[in-house]
Design a protein around this ligand. Sequence first.
Ligand SMILES: NC(=O)C1=CN([C@@H]2O[C@H](COP(=O)(O)OP(=O)(O)OC[C@H]3O[C@@H](n4cnc5c(N)ncnc54)[C@H](O)[C@@H]3O)[C@@H](O)[C@H]2O)C=CC1
Ligand SMILES: O=C(O)C1=N[C@H](C(=O)O)C[C@H](O)C1
Length: 248
Amino acid sequence: MIRVAVIGAAGRMGQTACQAVEAVDDMTLVARLDADDAIDADHLCGADVAVEFTIPAHTEANVHALLDAGVAPVVGTTGWDDAALERVREHACASGVNALIAPNFAISAVLVMEFARQAARYFTSAEVIEMHHPNKLDAPSGTAAQTAQLIAQARRDAGAAPMPDATQMDPDGCRGGMVAGVPVHAVRLAGLNAHEEVLFGNTGEQLVLRSDCFDRSSFMPGVLAAVRAVRNRPGLTHGLAPVLGLEH
Ligand SMILES: NC(=O)C1=CN([C@@H]2O[C@H](COP(=O)(O)OP(=O)(O)OC[C@H]3O[C@@H](n4cnc5c(N)ncnc54)[C@H](O)[C@@H]3O)[C@@H](O)[C@H]2O)C=CC1
Ligand SMILES: O=C(O)C1=N[C@H](C(=O)O)C[C@H](O)C1
């Protein structure tokens, strides 16, 4: 039986994660913590693993507190940069407590990232469009940022030429933001949940990869898989792909 704490338990993802943990036979929910609760042994109630869905400004501090408490974090909160990930990697290795941080736990989104990585070298142009509910705090989404980085790395590895773009005037930033040299566009629209399109273009052809997460339950199989896997994966695991056997 895996003893699980949920941090950010009052939030949209935290509530869904609590329900998912309570619905399976091999886990027991031992703690629901939110913004006013200390992350320490008293409040973690003997948890083995903590699922963390909070806010970008606080997630790193929460993760270090969990590692100090000997509880393996499974983190879905976004807003991580390379330096913060490296600090967690070092802390996890030094403490012997494993951690997993993934910008997206939905199978469709993880596969879009993997397929985008594979496709990138074959196309002249690539752009990412992420579309979310208007309550989202960060832009671009963690998933879009990771997708752009994977595309950029694959293009670098393939020695791809710069993408064609004749734009000379864009005072309002309508061409989107640039993540690792890949244009990323963020839509915030009432009625949406979490969606991403990756567009690849060549002369005369287009490939579109799209993930639609209509409901937060879509993230839960991945969260539960990460909870089951994290204690067997030394150090920091970044992304769900390796847990799904998509190592590259
Ligand atoms: N990796 C993935 O598959 C997914 C990641 N996300 C990410 O998860 C994060 C949370 O998203 P939502 O649940 O929609 O947000 P939300 O705003 O509904 O929930 C955040 C919760 O965290 C709590 N909180 C804030 N500071 C805290 C602290 N220091 N310690 C403990 N709790 C704290 C808030 O009170 C709130 O209950 C976002 O970064 C979002 O992008 C969302 C969906 C899927
Ligand atoms: O805030 C959300 O809702 C989501 N956040 C994650 C992200 O920023 O990539 C994952 C998913 O897109 C939902």
